[in-house]
Design a protein around this ligand. Structure first.
Ligand code: MG
Ligand code: ZN
Length: 196
C-alpha cells in the first residue's frame, strides 16, 4: 500500500492571483501566504503537488515554454520562502480548440483524474487519503473523481463559486477555507486528530 499522502494544490486563484490567462511571466503573482502554506505542507509529512490546467497553450495564447518559465519562477520564489514543491503537473490540452498535439480529448484536463493519477504513480501517493485544494468546482470534482477530499478556498473564484453556485451543487465541499494557508493548517490538524 502506498504510504504517502499529498495535498494537491491548484495554481491560479489558489497559490497565485487569478488574473485570467498568465500569458506573460509578469502576470504571475503569488499570494503573500503561498510560501508559508507550502512550507506548512512540507513540514506536515504530506507531499505538495501542484495540478493546473493551462489550456492557453492549446488555444495558442502562449507557448509551452512560458508555462515552464512560470513554474521555474514559482519554484524559485517558494524556495526563497523555505518551501518546495514535490511535483508540478500540467494539462495544456483542450478537447476542441487549437492544433495537435495540444488539441486533444485528454485524460488529464481537470476535473479528469489524469494529473493526480500520474503524480500518484510517480510519487507513490495514496490518493484516497489525500486532499485537493482549489478555488473552483472543477477542483472539488477532481478530488471526488479520485476518492480524495475536496477543499474550496475563498480566494480566486472561490467566494463567487460559494455564493452563486454552491447552493446548487449536489455535493458540498469537504472543507471551505479562507485561503490555502488556512486550508493546510486545518488539514494537518484534522489528520493529527485521527479524524481523517
Ligand atoms: Mg484555480
Ligand atoms: Zn490534458
Amino acid at each position: 500500500m502506498a504510504a504517502r499522502r499529498a495535498i494537491f494544490v491548484d495554481r491560479d486563484g489558489t497559490l497565485s492571483h487569478e488574473v485570467g490567462y498568465v500569458n506573460h511571466l509578469s502576470r504571475f503573482r503569488l499570494f503573500p501566504f503561498a510560501a508559508s502554506a507550502v512550507r506548512a505542507i512540507n513540514n506536515s509529512g504530506f507531499l505538495a503537488v501542484v495540478v493546473t490546467n493551462q489550456a492557453g497553450v492549446a488555444r495558442g495564447y502562449y507557448p509551452e515554454s512560458l508555462v515552464h518559465e512560470v513554474h521555474d519562477a514559482l519554484r524559485s520564489e517558494l524556495s526563497g520562502g523555505g518551501a518546495r514543491l514535490d511535483g508540478v503537473y500540467v494539462c495544456m490540452h483542450h478537447p476542441s480548440v487549437g492544433e495537435p498535439p495540444y488539441r486533444l480529448d485528454c485524460d488529464c484536463r481537470k476535473p479528469k483524474p489524469g494529473l493526480v493519477l500520474r503524480a500518484a504513480a510517480d510519487l507513490d501517493i495514496d490518493v484516497k487519503r489525500s486532499y485537493v485544494v482549489g478555488d473552483r468546482e472543477g477542483d472539488l470534482e477532481l478530488a471526488w473523481n479520485v476518492g480524495a477530499r475536496g477543499v474550496l478556498v475563498k480566494t480566486g473564484y472561490g467566494l463567487g463559486e460559494l455564493r452563486n453556485r454552491a447552493p446548487q451543487w449536489p455535493r458540498q465541499p469537504d472543507m471551505v477555507a479562507e485561503h490555502l494557508l488556512e486550508a493546510v493548517q486545518r488539514i494537518v490538524a484534522e489528520s493529527k486528530d485521527g479524524r481523517a
